[in-house]
Design a protein around this ligand. Structure first.
Ligand SMILES: NC(=O)c1ccc[n+]([C@@H]2O[C@H](COP(=O)([O-])OP(=O)(O)OC[C@H]3O[C@@H](n4cnc5c(N)ncnc54)[C@H](O)[C@@H]3O)[C@@H](O)[C@H]2O)c1
Length: 180
């Protein structure tokens, strides 16, 4: 499958790399040009046991690439993960500005049906906000899926590849089947 991951931080980089290792074509996108520059020259901005080797292998096999180009990432993917940060706001609740910003950008560049999957840690009800944000920018059909990540730093690859649970929240059978 053709996938992209918006936000190439801890969760996005591990998610994208592991999904490429599973045989998918993955584009990891980030607005941080420095981070993407490092990744494109073979450096890994975080330390996670086994990650560098997995990235190298999947880049060589052309299943994994890194870009700052949101338009190309969205247009060339059927499934788009959102894995941007959700820093705690003043009252401790997750600040959704990056998630909703990414959702609007995805909507702006859509060229057909997409499944948009939120991996960031967000409160209940966020999928409806993501839906509204995407819908405000596109006329194409799409589904929004919740698929929260439970990986732990230091054991992220194992946690992702052999999870003790996978939580998927989808509105309809089409997106649920794709997620399976
Ligand atoms: N790190 C963990 O151990 C962990 C585990 C489970 C869940 N989470 C959750 O996953 C989410 C991501 O966490 P993280 O640790 O990977 O964060 P991070 O800060 O390492 O990475 C987030 C990335 O998103 C990028 N970004 C922000 N806005 C963007 C946009 N509009 N388009 C493209 N890229 C954008 C940033 O530049 C950054 O590189 C958070 O909600 C976090 O709570 C984290």
């Amino acid at each position: 499958m053709k996938l992209s991951v918006i936000g190439t931080g801890y969760v996005g980089l591990v998610t994208g790399t592991c999904l490429a290792e599973s045989g998918n074509d993955v584009i990891c996108m980030d607005i941080d040009a420095r981070k993407i520059g490092l990744l494109n020259t073979g450096s890994v901005p975080i330390y996670e046991p086994g990650l560098e080797e997995l990235i190298k292998r999947n880049v060589v096999h052309e299943r994994l690439s890194f870009t700052t180009d949101m338009a190309a990432s969205v247009k060339n993917s059927d499934i788009i993960f959102i894995a941007v940060g959700t820093p705690p706001g003043e009252n401790g609740s997750a600040d959704l500005k990056y998630v909703l910003g990414a959702a609007r950008e995805i909507g702006r560049h859509m060229n057909g049906y997409k499944v948009i999957i939120n991996k960031s840690t967000v409160p209940v009800g966020t999928a409806d906000k993501v839906k509204a944000a995407v819908a405000s920018k596109t006329r194409f059909k799409f589904d929004v899926v919740s698929n929260p990540e439970f990986l732990k730093e230091g054991a992220a690859i194992d946690d992702f590849m052999k999870p003790d649970r996978v939580v998927i929240g989808a509105d309809g059978p089409k997106a649920a089947l794709l997620m399976q």
